[in-house]
Design a protein around this ligand. Structure first.
Ligand code: ADP
Ligand code: ZN
Length: 678
């Protein structure tokens, strides 16, 4: 039996485990009951797929979504693993095939929808086929308090007892109540080996922006990422449609998705998103549960999510392949009002409503944070971290000021008007604007009238928004959203605690360009590799990432493997995929360097042309340095063409032409080539 590390390399083509995976794989493979809490994109599936391969018999995988199951089965098959699914979405042929593989004892992983468990026939069948492990994906679906509750999940505990086999449960939901419920329902209250695994997703760039011409903010963000797959989350169905239309008009490949659409239309969007490169889906939160695409490059929130957990889950859909991904979350006072009233008007019991306000507060705290967002976000999940350097606040620290006095003035305006007005009217009072409404209520006679003339309207709007964000005031749903002071504001009013606020500046244009995934030099090759991938995926009728994910293509473009041996060392290229696709991609990589380049074509038939080829050859020998262990490096075609035409005489002239970095690696070899041609 090969070791876990060998399987990791041969089947998946991965060099190393991600943090936490190895221990979980060993624990599950050794037959212990296990509960693993890992963030989305942390690599959960591998934690039950590898043990399934390491153990005798069949592993049953229970998963709530047919689309996800089919996707995993497809991925496993592409990697050469015998896996199948029994779901209501199967064709008769598919089901027959699964049965055949089971009878022949070939099947290693059997994916099943929880609905099937209820029938006694299923249990009998599972006993007959020699199940040796149960894996439960999205285990939080057993939680009756949760939003994803699936009654059928309650039958899993009984299945475990009936089969007497170990069970491994996986979820991305970290809170203690959910964990306790999982232990109770799936493990009969006997605590399993539990792994709580880090929540950081360092490749995801975090950014928030106060709303200020929000439509333009989103359009600008998308424009800078044209051609990359992304999701825009909106608060309402109507907005998904209008924004999708605006994006299409701006030349993007975009479509809307929401719960009000026909199931068929929704599936069509999901399918397009999975298979097309660079589609933008503008969606409500209904979009996501069934989305397993690892190469989503960006997620934008056109409206504030409802809680910090929802935020984390939604941005977490980006960059699951580990390559750089970006996010932008917009928020404004209207969002806060809307989210508060949704909680207050909901039917949840009071304790639950209070907890929901708390989760919203945590998100608002993150939105109004003054230092590293990742530190704040991870802190909420109980983790400590260093400033990340990959969020908007690390990159451009905000200008802050002591806002204690401004907040006191605002609170005083609220209290003197008996907590019956919204921010607009209060700002008029503070700034001394004697509007009709102000005069009609006699508010121009208040001592607070005009005490805030030292700040402009934008400044005061920022103060009020931040007060909402720090939960110092709340909109009162019974009084049309009039602002009411909370207990949290009292120490500031009494000057016992100071408060620092962010100074409002005109919103910066959103991050201009997404950082390129590869250097300029490798970009054309990456596009060529993507085109090849698309062609192969279309021919096979599978999503592009099933062939290879972005990260693998990026590595190919950067390391430019010259033969199958080198190709096998690229992350994500397992044995089966190497055999199936290796040559196709090698052709793209090596064809590109040798023949097609226009710079080379221009030299055709001239002495410099031959020189160019020899330079390429010399460069290929040294692409990883004289020992073959250095960082891959190669000159662009235009540099090589220049060397071939100008024929520098000595190392200084060469270094001036191609730069120190390249001269250090290739200088002597290039000069040899040039000397031989003399
Ligand atoms: P989730 O925890 O959300 O279920 P997945 O199992 O879908 O995550 O894994 C997310 C992505 O990470 C997939 O594209 C998978 O191929 C990749 N991945 C998982 N483990 C590793 C690893 N050890 N090395 C490299 N990539 C990995
Ligand atoms: Zn940071």
């Amino acid at each position: 039996m090969p070791s876990a590390a060998t399987l990791l390399r041969d089947v998946y083509g991965f060099d190393a485990f991600r943090p936490g995976q190895e221990e979980i794989v060993h624990t599950v493979a050794s037959g212990c009951n296990t509960l693993a809490i890992m963030p989305t994109g942390g690599g959960k599936s591998l934690c039950f797929q590898l043990p399934a391969l390491l153990r005798d018999g069949v592993t049953v995988v229970i998963s709530p979504l047919i689309a996800l199951m089919r996707d995993q089965v497809r991925g496993l098959r592409a990697a050469g693993v015998e896996a199948g699914a029994l779901t209501s979405g199967n064709t008769e042929e598919e089901t027959a095939e699964v049965w055949q593989a089971l009878e022949a004892g070939r099947l290693k992983l059997l994916y099943m929808a929880p609905e099937r468990l209820a029938s006694g026939a299923t249990r009998g069948m599972l006993r007959r086929i020699g199940v040796s492990l149960i894996a439960v994906d999205e285990a939080h679906c057993v939680s009756q308090w949760g939003h994803d509750f699936r009654p059928d999940y309650l039958a899993i505990g009984e299945l475990r007892r009936a089969l007497g086999v170990p069970l491994a449960a996986f979820t991305a939901t970290a809170d203690a109540e959910t964990q306790a419920e999982i232990v109770d329902k799936l493990f009969d209250g006997q605590p399993p080996q539990t792994f709580l695994h880090g929540f950081d997703r360092p490749n995801i760039h975090l950014a928030f922006s106060a709303k200020d011409a929000p439509r333009q903010q989103i359009m600008g963000f998308a424009a800078a990422r044209k051609g990359q797959s992304g999701i825009v989350y909106c608060g309402t169905r109507a907005k998904t449609e209008s924004l999708a239309q605006a994006l299409s008009q701006a030349g993007h490949n975009a479509c809307a998705y929401h719960g009000g659409m026909e199931p068929q239309a929704r599936r069509r969007v999901e399918h397009r998103f999975n298979t097309e490169d660079g589609l933008i889906v503008v969606a409500t939160v209904a979009f996501g549960m069934g989305v397993d695409k690892p190469d989503i490059r960006w997620v934008a929130h056109a409206d504030l999510p409802k809680s910090i957990e929802a935020y984390y889950q939604e941005i977490g859909r980006a960059g699951r392949d580990g390559a750089p991904a970006e996010t932008l979350t917009l928020f404004g006072p209207d969002d806060i009002r809307l989210r508060r009233s949704q909680i207050d008007e909901g039917l949840a019991p009071p304790a639950r409503r209070m907890a929901d306000h708390g989760r919203l507060n945590a998100l608002l705290g993150l939105a109004e944070a003054l230092t590293c967002r990742r530190v704040t976000l991870l802190g909420y999940f109980g983790e400590t971290a260093e400033p990340c350097g990959n969020c908007d606040l690390c990159e451009t620290p905000p200008e802050t000021f002591d806002g204690t006095e401004a907040v006191q003035k605002a609170l005083s305006a609220i209290l003197r008007t008996e907590e019956r007005f919204g921010a607009g009217h209060l700002i008029d009072i503070l700034m001394g604007n004697a509007t009709d409404k102000v005069r009609a209520r006699g508010h121009d006679n208040l001592p607070t009238f005009g005490v805030g003339r030292d700040m402009d309207k934008r400044g005061w709007q920022g103060v009020f928004r931040q007060m909402l964000g720090h939960d110092l005031v709340r909109p009162d749903p019974e009084r049309h959203g009039a602002l009411v002071m909370t207990e949290a504001a009292r120490p500031i009013l009494r000057a016992e605690t100071p408060i620092h606020l962010r100074r409002e500046v005109a919103t910066r244009t959103p991050r201009p360009a997404a950082r390129a995934l590869v250097s300029e030099e490798d970009a054309p090759l990456l596009s060529a590799l993507k085109a090849k991938r698309r062609a192969l995926a279309e021919a096979a009728g599978v999503p592009a990432y099933i062939v290879f994910n972005d990260r693998t293509l990026i590595e190919m473009a950067e390391t430019r493997p010259a033969n199958l041996d080198a190709m096998a060392r690229v992350g994500g290229v397992g044995a089966t995929k190497l055999e199936r696709y290796g040559t196709d991609f090698l052709e793209v990589i090596n064809g590109e360097a040798e023949q097609l380049h226009p710079k080379r074509r221009k030299l055709a038939g001239r002495a410099a042309g031959e020189l160019y080829d020899q330079l390429i050859e010399a460069q290929a020998r040294l692409s990883r340095g004289p020992e073959g262990i250095d960082k891959p490096l190669s000159c662009s075609a235009s540099l090589l063409a220049r060397v071939a035409s100008q024929r520098p005489r000595d190392s200084d002239a060469l270094a001036r032409l191609i730069g120190e970095k390249y001269a250090e690696r290739f200088g002597p070899a290039f000069l040899d080539v040039l000397r031989m041609a003399d």
